[in-house]
Every structure is written in structure tokens, then in C-alpha cells.
Design a binder for this molecule. Structure first.
Ligand code: 6GU
Length: 222
């Protein structure tokens, strides 16, 4: 997969996508991540990327020209173009699986109060938000979406089962995990996990996952 990220703050994306599993996925060629400064496509002396909103109101709006120039230069026939914005539809694990099947993604990171809507009309295939809260810009959201998608690419996770068995794959949260020591500061690991009864362990985990979902995420149970 190729992923182009267009942002006014490349360093915000570069940190999270330059460590650990993301770093290895890039170094092994499983994903080609290119982080671009949108300012490189601004043409005036001050390299302006924003302007005042027509109709008045608070804040600035990202100008269309640099975004059009960048996307027209970077896009390929296979490219799917996303705008990261709190006005988007909410990103879910299912969205990550769908995007992981694409050959080329282009992320446009929104900033200021918004992006000139002609960008959405003419260039963007989908608008994506990462949740119901407001970030100062879309670069952090782009790194989040990129991580969730890249870890699903073939060969990126060491053990391919871990992507199948994890949280949300079955629509529920996971059971608690424990490692050694079996007793720590008076708290014991549940006995069922210490015996080798795999059917009993699977049953306990299913019950715990359900109880945790009821407590923390009742919305997932409809
Ligand atoms: Cl994609 N951008 C911004 N600025 N805030 C957000 C978001 C995106 N998703 C949730 N909040």
C-alpha cells in the first residue's frame, strides 16, 4: 500500500509513524508512507494556505489551490482520497479493514475552522472523523487512522491471528489479561487461567468480555 499524508504539521504524523511496528512496516516495504507539507504547494511569497471565511465568522479556512495542486500531483488512478475532519463519519475497526484493502490512500488533514468545501466536492471520496471530540487539526487523526490501517496489512503483525481475535472483531471488548507473577501485592491471577483447561479458559474469557462490554461500552450491545 502507498499512503500520502498532506498536512501543515508533518512532524505530528512523523513521530507516531516512525516508531515500533509502523517503522518496521515501512522499512520492510509493506507500506510506503509519504508525509508532505501542504505549504510546499502554496505559490505566493508567504506560502499562504488559509484565508478568511466568506460570509464571516470565527477562524480561517484552508484555501483550495494548494490542496488541489497537491492531490493532482500525488494521485494515481487507484487513489482513494480521505479528508480528516470532525465533520466526517466516525472511523471504526470495520473502516480500517475496508481501507486496508486499498492500493493507494491520500489523507488530507483539515486545520483551522475547516477546508474550502470545493475540495470536498471535487477531490474527496470520504470524510472521516476519529470520534466525538475536537482536535486542533487532522494530523493527529491521520496518524491514528494510518496506524489502525497499516497494522492490518499482510505481514505487519507478527502473528496474523492477533488481528482476528482482538477487540471489536467480534463486536465485544476483550477479557482481562495477566502475566507473571501469579500473585502480586495480594492480588491473585484467576485460577482458571493457571490450569490448562482451554475450554474453561475460553468460557471465562467470553463471560469477562461480555461483562466488560456491559460495563464500559453498553452501546456495543445495542
Ligand atoms: Cl479527523 N480532525 C479534528 N480536527 N478533530 C477531530 C477529528 C479530526 N476527529 C475527531 N476530532
Amino acid at each position: 500500500m502507498r499512503l500520502d499524508i498532506l498536512t501543515l504539521f508533518p512532524a505530528i504524523c512523523a513521530g507516531p509513524l516512525g516508531e515500533s511496528m509502523m517503522k518496521r512496516a515501512r522499512e520492510s516495504g509493506k507500506v510506503d508512507v509519504r508525509i508532505h507539507n501542504l505549504r510546499d504547494w502554496a505559490t505566493d511569497k508567504h506560502r499562504t494556505t488559509d484565508d478568511m471565511p466568506f460570509g464571516g465568522g470565527q477562524g480561517m479556512v484552508m484555501k483550495p489551490e494548494p490542496i488541489f495542486a497537491a492531490v493532482e500531483e500525488l494521485r494515481t488512478p487507484e487513489a482513494r482520497v480521505l479528508l480528516l475532519t470532525p465533520q466526517g463519519s466516525v472511523f471504526k475497526q470495520a473502516t480500517a479493514h475496508r481501507l486496508a484493502a486499498e492500493a493507494h490512500l491520500i489523507f488530507i488533514c483539515g486545520h483551522y475552522e475547516g477546508v474550502d468545501h470545493r475540495v470536498v466536492e471535487a477531490l474527496v471520496d470520504e470524510e472521516v472523523s476519529i470520534g466525538d471530540y475536537v482536535l486542533t487539526n487532522g494530523a493527529l487523526a491521520a496518524a491514528v487512522v494510518a496506524d489502525a490501517v497499516i497494522r492490518l496489512l499482510p505481514g505487519v503483525l507478527g502473528d496474523d491471528r492477533s488481528a482476528v481475535e482482538e477487540s471489536f472483531s467480534h463486536g465485544l471488548l476483550e477479557a482481562p489479561h495477566y502475566t507473571r507473577p501469579a500473585e502480586f501485592r495480594g492480588q491473585r491471577v484467576p485460577d482458571v487461567l493457571l490450569g490448562g483447561n482451554h475450554a474453561a479458559i475460553a468460557k471465562w474469557r467470553a463471560e469477562q468480555g461480555m461483562a466488560r462490554t456491559r460495563r464500559n461500552r453498553p452501546d456495543l450491545l445495542g
